[in-house]
Design a protein around this ligand. Structure first.
Ligand SMILES: *Cc1c(COP(=O)(O)O)cnc(C)c1O
Length: 357
């Protein structure tokens, strides 16, 4: 092929040298990674920061960071001769697994908690042709079932307990160091199953080891108050939060999150659904960025720390994990939609907009 037509984007092309890939690993891509790092216009000062940047993981092919790890997990499953992949999911993992499985001709099975998956995410799994099982139970129970089924039937489990997922997800830390020229002072991130905070921490540590960064950031993780097992120090049996992507009571990567927090001198704290929705609104209305509620949790956390006077300047990066379009029902619950009806005439529209004297 003409060299100019070869892919230059994609986690397996850009970051093969830091990933567990070999010449035999298929170079799968849907163009994931290389997401924008956009500077906040208004929210930095409110948080007590000199600089606040948003890593727009919502710009990945299926609209969440899950694609970074999924591309590696699916490529390694192909390399190992797998015919099918399976995951338990609060929604985004299933959307991502279904997309990469379709791309590679693998069957995909997804286990989702009944009635607790945002509409857009389920629509993706349906569109990509996944076999969907709604389990009567929460995410933690679905993950236990997923482990049991995959062990018994030789199907590749592509949850973040799959180490290739964490490896792929760490590439976001490499991109941040590359763009900023060093690690930031603070990395703020929502925490659900805790795979992503584990992955970022590994990424930053490796960046320092490889000389891509002179230091590591403090890791600030945020859980939803109704689903905050790490903050409470014990599993939560019936987690509840509007932020369905982090509605997890017993995180698989709990120890990884603790290590990230303690080795970095960081923190893991809880934010209420009201704080999450306030941040969700500010991101949309003051920054022009539409994320799903779980993503807003880390901005809610920075705002709360800022209001409490606990942040004294510095540069922070907030990981905006998923696209707002995945969860179209939340805006209706949060906003009074500003919609009026009018005839399709000059006068009608002028009246509707209050432009007639
Ligand atoms: C998966 C997910 C999270 C939580 O990530 P963990 O690795 O489970 O901690 C947060 N936000 C979104 C949008 C997600 O899809």
């Amino acid at each position: 092929m003409n060299a100019a037509l070869l892919p230059t984007r994609g986690v397996l092309f850009r970051w093969a040298h830091v990933l567990p890939v070999t010449d035999a690993t298929p170079r799968v891509t849907l163009g994931e990674g290389d997401t924008p790092l956009v500077r906040a216009e208004r929210l930095a000062a409110r948080c007590g920061l000199d600089e606040l940047w948003f890593k727009l993981e919502s710009c990945n092919p299926t609209g969440s960071f899950k694609d970074r790890g999924m591309v590696v997990a699916v490529a390694k499953a192909l390399e190992a001769g797998a015919r099918a992949v399976l995951c338990a999911s609060t929604g985004n993992t299933s959307a991502s697994a279904a997309a990469y499985a379709a791309r590679c001709g693998l069957a995909c099975y997804v286990l989702v908690p009944e009635g607790k998956v945002a509409a857009g995410k389920l629509a993706q799994a349906v569109a990509f042709g996944a076999r969907i099982v709604e389990v009567r139970g929460n995410f933690d129970e679905a993950l236990a079932a997923a482990r049991a089924v995959t062990e018994r039937h030789g199907i590749a489990l592509v949850n973040s307990v799959n180490p290739h997922r964490i490896e792929g997800q760490k590439t976001a830390a490499f991109e941040i160091c590359e763009t900023l020229g060093d690690a930031p002072d603070i990395l703020a991130i929502p925490v659900g199953n805790a795979g992503n905070i584990t992955a970022y921490w590994r990424g930053f540590v490796e960046c320092r080891e490889r000389g891509y960064a002179s230091r590591c950031p403090r890791m600030f993780g945020f859980q939803a108050a109704g689903a905050a097992p790490i903050v409470l120090g014990r599993p939560v049996e019936n987690p509840t939060t509007i932020a369905t992507a982090i509605r997890i009571g017993n995180p698989a990567s709990w120890q990884g999150a603790i290590r990230a927090r303690d080795e970095s001198g960081g923190l893991i704290e809880a934010v209420t659904d009201d704080q999450i929705l306030a941040a969700y609104r500010l991101l949309a209305r003051e920054e022009g960025i539409f994320v799903e509620p779980a993503s807003a949790a880390c901005v809610a956390g920075l705002l709360a720390l800022g209001e409490a006077g606990r942040l004294r300047g510095g540069r922070a990066v907030a990981v905006l994990t998923g696209n707002g379009l995945k969860d179209p029902d939340t805006p209706r619950a949060v906003y009074q939609a500003d919609v009026v009806r009018a005839p399709a005439t000059l006068e009608g529209v002028e009246r509707a907009l209050g432009l007639r004297g």
